[in-house]
Design a protein around this ligand. Sequence first.
Ligand code: V1S
Ligand code: CA
Ligand code: ZN
Length: 393
Amino acid sequence: EHGITKPKGYNVSFHYNPEMEKHHFGMTHPMKPWRLTLTKSLVSAYGMNFAMDNYTARAATYEELTAFHASDYVDHLATVAPQPQPLDVENPNPDLKYNLGGSDCPLFEGLYNYCSLSGGASLDAARKLCANQSDIAIAWGGGLHHAKKAEASGFCYINDIVLAILQLLRIHARVLYIDIDVHHGDGVEEAFFSTDRVMTVSFHKYDPLNFFPGTGALEDNGPKSEHNPGAHHAINVPLNDGITDEQYKWLFESIITRVVEKFRPGAIALQCGADSLAGDRLGKFNLLVQGHSSCVEFCKKLGLPLILFGGGGYTPKNVARAWAYETAIAIGHQDDIPSQIPIHTPWRDRFKIDSLLPTIQQILGEPRQNRNTQKKLTEIVQHVTEQLRFVGA
Ligand code: V1S
Ligand code: CA
Ligand code: ZN
C-alpha cells in the first residue's frame, strides 16, 4: 500500500515519548509541546515508522541529569511548585537564582517530568549511536540549547544536547555540534568552551540589543584565556532577517565543509530548531522546509554517525512539516513520499495548506525583506576560514 521500507545498509532510530505533549507552558507561551504529536502523526501517516526503529523514550535519571547540571539546580527543579512562593525577605525565592518562574521559563505542572523525558530521548539517541546500533538517531523532543549548568534560560531547563554529546565523547575523540535554530546555541557553546574535543557552530539571527539571547557575534570563537584548548572551537554565524534558502544552503555547506576538513569529527550532533523557517512566530527568516532540510541532507551525506535534535519552532504546522521531511531524509525516502499530506493524518485540518512543502507565497504571501548581502556572507566564510587555521593537527 505504501512504498516505505527499511533502508538497506544503515539504521535509523526514532526516540519519542507521547507523554511530552501533555505538558503546557501556559496559554500565551510560544512553546507548544503538542507540536511533537503533530510531527509524530505526520511521520506515521506517511508510514515512515516502517523504515526505522521506534523507541518510547524513557525519562533521564537524576544521575544522568547531574552529569552536566549542578545537583542543587536539579534538586530544585524536582521540587518546584507551580504557584509563586510567598515573598520572604529573609529567604529570597530560589526560583530567581535559577531563572525559574518568569515568563520565559515558567513553572508548570509536571515540569521535572517534561525535562527528564526530553533528556531521556536525547540520551537514548546518543547511546544507540555509541552502541553502533544506529547510524542516524532522531530525538525531536530534545534540542533545548539555552539551558546552563545551574540555570534555566529561553524555554530550556535541561540541556539534553550537552548530556547527549557527553555520551558521544565516551566513544569519539571529537564531536561536531551544529545548530540551525534561529537563536544562538549559547548553552552548548558555553558547556564546551574549554575543550578542543567539541566544536560548536551556530547559525542565528544576531541583533544583540533586540534579539534573544544577544550573544553569538562572528568574533566570539571561545575564550582566548591562557592555554585554553577550547579557544577557536566556537564558530558563530550571525545573520539578519529574511535570509533565503539559496544563501543559507551556500553558507552552511561552505562552512561545514571547511569545519569537517579541519576538525575531523567522529560524530555530528545537529540541532534542527524549526524557528528558522519562514512564517515562524518568533523567527523572521525566509527559509522553506527545502532549505532547512538541505542542512540535514548535507550532514547525512558526510557519512558520520548523526544525531538529530529538535529545538525551537513556534508555528506547529510548519515545525511538523520540517521534522517529518527531515525524518524522510534520514531514512532516504524524501524523493518518494507524496507531496500531499496524507488524507488519514490525524489533525490534518491543522496544516491548512495540504502540501508538505509549501511555497513562500503560500506561507507568507510576500517574502520578508532580505537584509543579508552576499558581501556580508562572503566575509563570514572568510572569517571562519581564518579561525580554522588554529584548529586541527
Ligand atoms: N523572541 C522571543 C521571546 N518571546 C518570549 C515569550 C513570549 C510570550 C510568552 F508568554 C513568554 C515568552 N520570550 C522570548 C525570548 C526567549 C526566546 C527563547 C527561544 C528558545 C529556542 O527556540 O532557542 C530554543 C527552544 N525571551 C526574551 O526575548 C527575553 C525577554 C528578554 C523579552 C520577552 N519577555 C517575555 C521575557 C524577557
Ligand atoms: Ca542557532
Ligand atoms: Zn530558537
